[in-house]
Design a protein around this ligand. Structure first.
Ligand SMILES: Cc1ncc(COP(=O)(O)O)c(C=O)c1O
Length: 394
């Protein structure tokens, strides 16, 4: 039977990790990873997380199943944190295993509608959207978002292509720290995009993965808050993997804002989809998040630790820009200093990207994504010299 299993495409990020493992050079550098790392290349457990875990060990009295949509209190606390005052009973919420499952449940909901809407995706964007939407049999189409060689957001082209969207379609956008580009829309661009979505009856779907890594936890919720305040129907997915450093513990949520007549039906649909897929949400990660958000001592400690992670990533970005200026002064990497979050795209062609790995042992995700959080002081110089050698004709 299994001889008929087709060859599935492997996620480029996983391929990158495999190539890195197979590279015999000792001086190799792995910029493919999608997680925060400190200056020692470690992804530490935050102190606030450890303390919350201790509280859970001491106080948890049962590990029975939760409701299919998880713990209502977790959803309420998180919904309030992200959407603020606008978060009310019109929202259907589900506690999910990270953001990936929130995205999958939403994609299933779209794919199962009698007249499935099209989800419009920024390109390039998070590499798992297409596999998730495809697995859910949901419709999707692409709008251009960013030009890596020009190092800029292709905002006007994005709006041009979006002209083809129909009322009732959804626009899937990332919140801050856009993966893989690091390029976030300006406030003016974001507001202009919302104007277009509202005028055309397109439903915003925002995916939040890096809250706290751009400006601050509160400020980074701004995009979701604007959407929530303005639209009577909208979708918010969130993963807490990065903001709490609890990648393997799988904490996330799906929030769907509905019209009053639709609310209960959407709630039942989400529950049914959860039942047939992830079934019950894991509770450990979400309980850690809920404990921290509700504890007057742990919340400020966590916010401080989140801020340290943000500052480290922002600092590495500044170092790249400054060192390039000192070494070569071409300004070609200045854009990295103005972007945010862990990722940026290198301005390299496919051929140049191959040379970067083959001749310099620097591994990046296909398409040129690098994780700047992975870079130590020595690595920054190595990367800049390699890019210069590859891109500047001699
Ligand atoms: C934009 C974006 N959305 C969602 C996710 C999914 O996060 P998780 O795997 O923690 O569920 C990621 C993870 O890298 C991401 O970058």
């Amino acid at each position: 039977m299994f001889e008929q299993v087709e060859d599935y495409p492997v996620d480029p990020i996983m391929i990158g990790a495999d190539y890195f493992a197979q590279d015999p050079r000792t001086e190799k550098l792995n910029l493919t990873v999608g997680i925060y790392q400190d200056e020692h290349g470690k992804t530490p457990v935050l102190k606030a997380v450890k303390l919350a875990e201790q509280q859970l060990v001491d106080k948890q009295t049962s590990k029975s199943y939760l409701a299919l949509t998880g713990d209502a209190e977790y959803c309420r606390v998180l919904g309030r944190e992200i959407m603020g005052e606008t978060y009310d009973d019109s929202w259907v919420a589900a506690q999910t295993a990270g953001g990936a499952v929130a995205l999958r449940v939403m994609s299933d909901l779209l794919g199962q509608m009698p007249k499935p809407p099209t989800a419009w995706l920024q390109t390039p964007t998070y590499g798992n959207y297409v596999p998730i939407l495809t697995a859910a049999n949901a419709r999707f189409a692409h709008v251009p978002y960013y030009d890596a060689l020009e190092r800029k957001i292709t905002f006007d082209q994005m709006l041009d292509v979006l002209q083809a969207a129909k009322p009732g379609d959804v626009f899937l956008m990332e919140g801050c720290c856009h993966n893989p580009t690091g390029a976030d829309m300006s406030t003016e661009q974001f507001d202009a995009l919302l104007d277009v979505l509202e005028a055309r009856g397109i439903i915003p779907w925002i995916d939040l993965a890096y809250l706290g890594f751009a400006r601050s936890w509160q400020d980074d919720c701004e995009m979701a808050r604007k959407i929530a305040a303005r639209f009577s129907e909208c979708i918010v997915c969130i993963t807490l993997s990065k903001s709490f450093g609890i990648y393997r513990d799988r904490a996330g949520a799906l929030f769907v804002k509905t019209q009053p007549n639709d609310r209960d039906r959407v709630q039942r649909a989400v529950s049914a989809i959860v039942r047939s897929g992830a079934s019950h949400a894991p509770d450990h990660g979400p309980s850690v998040v809920r404990t921290i958000l509700q504890d007057d001592a742990l919340k400020p400690l966590w916010l401080e630790e989140l801020d340290q992670m943000r500052q480290r990533v922002a600092g590495v970005r500044q170092q790249i820009t400054a060192m390039e200026n000192t070494l070569f002064g071409t300004g070609t990497l200045a854009y990295i200093g103005s972007q945010s979050g862990m990722f940026s795209l290198l301005p390299l062609t496919d051929a140049q990207e191959t040379i970067l790995t083959r001749d310099h042992g620097i591994h990046v995700v296909k398409g040129g994504r690098v994780n700047v959080a992975r870079l130590g002081a020595y690595d920054i110089e190595k990367l800049i010299r390699a890019i210069h050698e590859i891109t500047v004709p001699r």
